[in-house]
Design a binder for this molecule. Structure first.
Ligand code: PRT
Ligand code: ZN
Length: 288
């Protein structure tokens, strides 16, 4: 026991690289053995030990205190029904758990699922969804290759994770209903000792500032002096913009941080209000 915070991440899979990348962006110096050979690795400049585990085991390990915190998909947390705290959505590992049917069949109304046989690796989430919708169907639990169940004749429908939809297409299946939307999240045990909690809060602050920087951009532009009020009313920023004088009289430079997804919504309005020389720059980190 070295007092370090123990963070569980997926050993080898879809979430591994993004989890390590996020920790690196938080300024943690880690040299992970991504070959899957080692079980733990320590950060050189932060009191953190990383445990590499199968994603399915992470919620339980965090609940039981083997790890203090973990990064895992919401789909896995929900399926395992463990008692952990979801601290932050991390913006990667996005996917949906969907019901899909053979493309040569129709499935328009959710009630048509009644009496059908559905293959899935997520029986708990599916059972929940069926109950909420008052549907009676038979669930067949498979640990993998769910998408081939209809062509093997063992199920009418599947309920599986989809991200690009390529796997469905290759197996001649079509999406019908969304059961659950998921992304990677940071979870923690609900009984952390104070010293661990302090380290976790430090890590969480860093993660939040990295996530915030990722979704924000630094907008710079030149504007005619008399359109300042108009320009400020267009800009979707909580903070007041920086306004600088230019050598050219009657012109100002305006600098402001905006949510990245707003840029294309406001650009035409800015131009119409006289903005020119518009630059949009990435932000590496943002302390909030
Ligand atoms: O070995 P371990 O148990 O740790 O890993 P695993 O094989 O169980 O999980 P892994 O690495 O496949 O996925 C880890 C997590 O990534 C999942 O729990 C989800 O939260 C998330 N995620 C995001 C996905 C996908 N996208 C995804 N596309 N998990 C699985 N898939 C699979 C899906 O099951 C299907 O077979 O990819 C296929 C469909 O992908 P598309 O792109 O063809 O639609
Ligand atoms: Zn797994």
């Amino acid at each position: 026991m070295n007092g370090n915070l123990k963070l569980a991440i997926q050993r080898k899979g879809r979430l591994t690289e993004k989890s390590v990348e996020l920790l690196n962006l938080c300024g943690l110096d880690i040299d992970p053995d991504l070959s899957g050979e080692r079980l733990t690795v320590s950060a050189r400049n932060f009191p953190l030990d990383i445990l590499f585990l199968r994603d399915d085991d992470i919620p339980e390990y965090v609940q039981d205190g083997v790890a203090d915190t973990g990064i895992v998909g919401e789909n896995v947390i929900f399926e395992k029904q463990t008692k952990t705290i979801e601290l932050e959505k991390l913006g990667f590992g996005r996917c949906s758990l969907l019901i899909a049917h053979p493309e040569n069949k129709e499935l328009k109304n959710i009630n048509e699922i009644n009496g059908k046989v559905i293959a899935t690796s997520y029986p708990v989430i599916l059972k929940n969804f069926l109950k909420e919708n008052n549907i009676e169907a038979k669930i067949i639990e498979l640990s993998g290759s769910v998408e081939i169940a209809p062509s093997l004749g063992i199920a009418d429908l599947i309920c599986d994770i989809v991200s690009t939809g390529n796997t469905l297409m290759m197996n001649k299946l079509k999406k019908s209903f969304t059961v659950f939307n998921s992304e990677a999240v940071l979870i923690s045990s609900n009984k952390l000792e104070t010293s661990k909690n302090e380290i976790l809060n430090d890590l969480l602050r860093r993660i939040r500032s990295v996530l915030k920087a990722r979704t924000s951009k630094y907008l710079m532009m030149n504007i005619p002096k008399d359109s300042l009020e108009k320009i400020v009313s267009i800009i979707p920023s909580l903070k007041s913009p920086t306004v600088l004088h230019l050598a050219e009289e009657n012109m100002l430079a305006v600098h402001v941080v905006i949510p990245q997804d707003q840029f294309w919504n406001i650009i035409e309005d800015l131009k119409a209000a006289g903005a020119s020389g518009i630059l949009l720059l990435p932000i590496e980190n943002m302390i909030i």
